[in-house]
Design a binder for this molecule. Sequence first.
Ligand SMILES: Cc1cc2nc3c(=O)[nH]c(=O)nc-3n(C[C@H](O)[C@H](O)[C@H](O)COP(=O)(O)OP(=O)(O)OC[C@H]3O[C@@H](n4cnc5c(N)ncnc54)[C@H](O)[C@@H]3O)c2cc1C
Length: 397
Amino acid sequence: MNIAIIGGGMSGIVAAITASKNKNNNITIYERQKDIASKILITGNGKCNICNSRVSEKRHYSSFETDRLDTISKNFDANKLIDFFKGLGLSLKERDGYYYPVSNQARSVYAVLSNVLKKASVKVITDKYIDKIVVNPEGYTIDGKNYDAVVLAVGGRAGIYKENAFSGRELIKSLELKSSRTFPALTGAVCVGDYKTLKGVRVDAGIKLYADGKLVAEDTGELQFADYGLSGIPVFNLSSHVPYDYKEAYFEVDLFPKNTEEELKNMLSDIKAMYPKYRAINALAGFTNINILKYALSMAGIHEDKLMENVADKDLESLALWCKKSKHHMERLRDYRNAQIMAGGILLSEIDDNYMCIHHKNLYITGEALDLNGECGGYNLYFAFESGYEVGQKLAK
Ligand SMILES: Cc1cc2nc3c(=O)[nH]c(=O)nc-3n(C[C@H](O)[C@H](O)[C@H](O)COP(=O)(O)OP(=O)(O)OC[C@H]3O[C@@H](n4cnc5c(N)ncnc54)[C@H](O)[C@@H]3O)c2cc1C
């Protein structure tokens, strides 16, 4: 078969390597950037969190079409990826279920994939922007060449710093594929208010996302405050769940997930009894992070210099309540440049269970271009791998 792969990211490269097992296949990757795998290099802060031992648990993924998500994800298996990379000479290590290359460098993943493409004689054409796929009775024509099969592995806009860098959209349109809304996800939330005091604070928290008065999703983990609002893995995960047409959304943050509100109230009145003559900011120094304390005191209407004996019990109750249920109104999610994924994409109902487009024979769609999003933790690279691998297997038969 003559096979064209549009996009040299994780899913396109894995599809090429796997399909090359059949020596009769001639494979060409078209990549619009100067080099392939550029996104892999920036993943996991340069360490590449490539997989997670929990990839088979469906609760880590979301899609506009939940029914299709169930069928597509039924064969997800971390061992498939681990064995694949072991076979290429890349060892992985695991910590708390998160997989990384043993080198702790995304560069190792890039290097191994590049080497194997060369060894497998896959033709890689970089700096080549494909804006049209001509569908004809025998197959497809791309850039004047004919192909029997095409893999659309165009990814998404996240992490791309150039305007209009996502070129998959024109191809998707020309093939008349249906898509859901796309938006930046696994990203921070710009919130209303002044977060300068809290900037840089990291704290284990429970976080709930509410939109138009309804609880949409919740997560726990290390919350990070930034000068624009909220960040950190639990906020990233919740960002994928912001509803399309929300009018008003906020995060409710529990800064003491292990304590009840009642326990916090008791802790605060014990401190008041212990240090009646101390200023609030000093008396409560052991209660929480100093920056959180300053912010929380002001939100509860307690001046930080007030002596504890003069702080009304109802104000301490407000402080306890703020620590358990502070509201952070969302202005917007951060943009694609600051996001890990593009949520949404080509509808899963546009493909069959083998990632083949239901409208075009031998045209496959893989990776982030599809409306299937994983949480933070290796789930997105895994899906890019999984879909590329399954298509490659099919093309190798
Ligand atoms: C900063 C950052 C950190 C991340 N960290 C992690 C992590 O640690 N773990 C994890 O699981 N996920 C992580 N992700 C997400 C993960 O990188 C992506 O979900 C995954 O790489 C998607 O792979 P893909 O092959 O589907 O698409 P991509 O990697 O986006 O590849 C698509 C390729 O297609 C090319 N292309 C597009 N259109 C055309 C065209 N018309 N013609 C030619 N070429 C075209 C693009 O230039 C691109 O190289 C991170 C993402 C970012 C941005």
